[in-house]
Ligand binder design. Structure first.
Ligand SMILES: Cc1cc2nc3c(=O)[nH]c(=O)nc-3n(C[C@H](O)[C@H](O)[C@H](O)COP(=O)(O)OP(=O)(O)OC[C@H]3O[C@@H](n4cnc5c(N)ncnc54)[C@H](O)[C@@H]3O)c2cc1C
Length: 291
């Protein structure tokens, strides 16, 4: 799959989470079908914290392989899994034809900021999960990166050193957590390059269609809204149409700046909807002419 990120033209990819119920499932599959026509480099499906959501990840990923032309990337975490269980899930992914895995450690269930406790027969860091995936098959393996540093990291230098270690453990690429200005991602890329690592890094973007998506971006990124972004969006807090227009413009401009800086692609966090992502990738010229 990493070949699709090293073509001459930049690509885009999209991320979904497993549907919770039948209504969710219909919404997700509508988004999948609408995006399929735009030929994304891959679609990734997140891995939940508990049994039932994990089953739904596995089922959804299997359906993407069997029923669409899309290239799936399955997320996998080390949360509450022994190594034997992780081997099973990886084996299952391979059996249904999944060749791409995003290996992330995961957060403690219930409290993402709580103390991480490894399963007694499990793994402690994503780096070990990368090695396990590599050991078990010919997978293309991705990892997570954090433009402002992972919340548990002492400082940016330590964070970058561990990220580079994880990339050198056998990752083919990394996807960045949400950030609020293109420069924040570019500084992460510079830090990694300064340690002599040239593994491709994909910026993660979420179309800012509502104040809720902005709040989610702030929460996940771990950074406050910068003044330049606040000036563009805050005047429209009570005007949904104008907010959406300003937010989609802002994310499109950020995407353009990143493409001008030579990123191999843009990864979109979609909330299982496709409309805003289709608008942004259309405006950026990332879709095939026939679509
Ligand atoms: C693109 C993306 C997709 C995600 N998908 C999911 C998902 O599907 N499901 C889910 O539950 N969560 C997901 N997450 C969230 C992720 O699981 C959490 O952010 C988690 O806290 C960190 O995962 P990691 O893989 O970066 O961990 P790690 O790389 O293991 O890092 C965790 C912390 O340990 C430090 N560290 C790393 N290696 C070492 C070492 N050798 N020694 C000491 N310290 C070390 C790091 O600096 C960091 O502070 C995703 C995040 C991103 C950005």
């Amino acid at each position: 799959m990493v070949e699709r990120l090293s073509g001459r033209a930049p690509a885009f990819s999209v991320e979904f989470f497993p549907p919770r119920d039948e209504a969710d499932e219909l919404v997700l599959w509508r988004a999948i079908r609408e995006l399929e026509a735009l030929d994304p480099a891959f679609v990734s499906i997140t891995y939940g914290a508990g049994g039932s959501s994990r089953d739904r990840t596995i089922r959804t990923t299997g359906r993407v392989v069997q029923e669409t032309t899309l290239v799936p990337m399955a997320h996998l975490t080390a949360v509450d899994h022994s190594v034997a269980e992780l081997r099973n899930v990886i084996g299952w992914y391979a059996a249904v034809g999944v060749r791409n895995i995003l290996a992330v450690r995961g957060d403690p269930p219930g409290d993402p900021h709580g103390e991480w406790v490894a399963h007694p027969q499990g793994l402690t860091y994503a780096e070990e999960l990368v090695r396990l995936c590599r050991e078990l098959g010919d997978f293309c393996v991705g990892v997570a990166a954090f433009p402002y540093g992972h919340p548990r990291s002492a400082d940016l230098d330590t964070d970058t050193r561990y990220l580079v270690r994880k990339l050198r453990a056998g990752a083919d690429f990394a996807i960045a957590q949400l950030f609020l200005e293109a420069e924040d991602f570019l500084r992460l890329r510079d830090r990694v390059a300064a340690l002599g690592c040239d593994v491709p890094l994909l910026p993660g973007l979420m179309p800012l269609t509502t104040p809720r998506t902005l709040a989610k971006t702030v929460e996940l990124s771990g950074a406050p809204v910068p003044p330049a972004v606040a000036r563009r969006l805050e005047p429209w807090a009570d005007d949904p149409v104008a907010f959406r227009r300003a937010g989609v413009d802002l994310v499109t401009e950020m995407g353009q700046r990143l493409l001008d800086e030579g990123v191999p692609g843009l990864h979109f966090y979609t909330f299982n909807r496709s409309k805003a992502t289709r608008e942004v990738v259309g405006r950026l010229g990332l879709v095939p002419a026939r679509a």
